[in-house]
Design a protein. Structure first.
Length: 421
């Protein structure tokens, strides 16, 4: 037998050697069309490359002169393109593997639900479990109301429009689904909430020694969907994002609170994510009882979130340090929440609760200290954008983490060279 068998992760593909009647070249069977035209009564003996050349002159089969319609021509062009593009081949293999898994999937199973703040639990369900029943199961396990649940899998948001039952989502059991907890949503009409949202960040102050308190500060970080840093608003830079963000200034022992006001109509179109972070120069141990309260223009409270600064969260931070995830540096920060631009030009305000190193201080004239200390915070923000907060499947976002690590490395080299000189 002269056939060539290629082993793939999702099965075996048998490729037969063939010869093109037009160019005479010897090729594998995958380089020939399945069929040229529905009117053809012969097996295809003209390779895809030759058919592409023929179609620039005439939309007829070169062997029997049958007419080829647009659908058949496009199918041939797509198969040729898939041979030229390895990414499409891998995508086809992954799709085939998924279909096999779905066919072999048992009638019932479990999925793992993860939350940004580190919580994780399992939910048992069947293929016929409805979308609403799934949310009720998550509510029973986590306490999060169904109306506040945003479910994301591989950059795709799961909702009732995508499928009424679990089997409609084409996700096999034992998969991991990200639960993003919604605090508040603002529609395209930004006059809702008075056109202004206040993020009131407070904490329990701690003493560094008998006379000095540990200084904490709330920070607003604006990012584009592709990971470009737009602006950082903090107590020494009280206004930014083209006037959309306004900081209340420094705090004190009697007022351990800093507010950030966001004027919705002034938010730049390029701003895809706005993060709200509480950081400490002394590290995570000094961030005690952080709370963010979301208020409208009238001062009415819309939502409240207080992440758990427990040992599990801090242990996760130490684990990421040991694994070399780039979460290094002085200081400590907790990403409280994030405003994500929705497809309808509104915003989702969601809980985060993830921890990292980093701090924001006033640097010298060349701003070296600020960039070095902010780097681990930016890496954590990019990780969230590329992972759990990538609800719209933006392809550009998937490269954020590696891009940020490269930026951080370049920054460290630049600082080192500057100190050397």
């Amino acid at each position: 037998c002269q056939c060539q068998v290629l082993s793939k992760s999702d099965g075996l593909y048998t490729l037969f050697p063939m010869q093109c009647d037009r160019c005479g070249s010897h090729r594998l069977s995958c380089e020939f069309p399945d069929i040229v035209s529905q009117l053809c009564t012969h097996p295809p003996n003209t390779c895809l490359q030759c058919l592409e050349d023929v179609f620039t002159i005439s939309l007829q089969c070169p062997e029997c002169k049958s007419w080829v319609d647009d659908t058949e021509r496009i199918a041939i062009q797509l198969k040729l393109a898939s041979l030229r593009c390895g990414a499409l081949q891998e995508l086809e293999a992954s799709s085939h593997l998924l279909e096999q898994k779905m066919q072999q999937s048992p009638p019932t199973g479990s999925i793992t639900i993860t939350v940004i703040d580190g919580q994780q639990f399992h939910v048992h369900l069947a293929g016929g479990t409805s979308y609403d029943e799934l949310k009720q199961k998550i509510h029973q396990a986590s306490g999060v109301q169904p109306s506040c649940q945003l479910l994301v899998h591989n950059g795709r948001r799961l909702d009732s429009h995508a499928g009424k039952h679990w089997q409609d989502f084409r996700i096999p059991f034992e998969s991991v689904v990200q639960l993003v907890v919604l605090m508040h949503s603002v529609g395209q009409n930004k006059s809702v909430s008075g056109g202004l949202l206040s993020f009131c960040v407070s904490w329990t102050p701690t003493m560094r020694d008998a006379k000095r308190i540990n200084q904490l500060q709330s920070v607003c970080v604006g990012m584009t969907a592709s990971g470009e840093l737009l602006d950082i608003v903090h107590f020494e830079h009280v206004q930014g994002l083209q006037g959309a963000a306004k900081h209340s200034g420094s705090s004190s022992i009697v007022k351990p609170r800093q507010d950030i006001e966001i004027t919705l109509s002034n938010i730049p179109e390029r701003a895809g994510f706005i993060f709200f972070v509480l950081c400490s120069r002394q590290g995570l141990d000094e961030i005690v009882d952080p709370v963010v309260v979301l208020k409208d223009r009238s001062g009415q409270s819309l939502a409240t979130y207080s992440p758990s600064m427990n040992q599990q969260v801090k242990a996760g931070l130490k684990m990421r340090k040991r694994k070399g995830a780039g979460i290094t540096g002085s200081g400590g920060a907790v990403v409280l929440c994030c405003a994500i631009r929705a497809p309808n030009q509104g915003f989702y305000i969601v809980q985060c609760g993830s921890c990292c190193a980093g701090y924001i201080v006033r640097g010298d004239k060349e701003n070296i200290v600020t960039e070095r200390l902010f780097a681990p915070m930016r890496q954590e923000i990019c990780r969230l954008m590329a992972g759990p907060l990538n609800m719209h499947g933006d392809v550009a976002v998937t490269e954020l983490s590696s891009m940020c690590e490269s930026t951080s490395a370049n920054s460290r080299r630049w600082v080192s060279n500057k100190q050397h000189r």
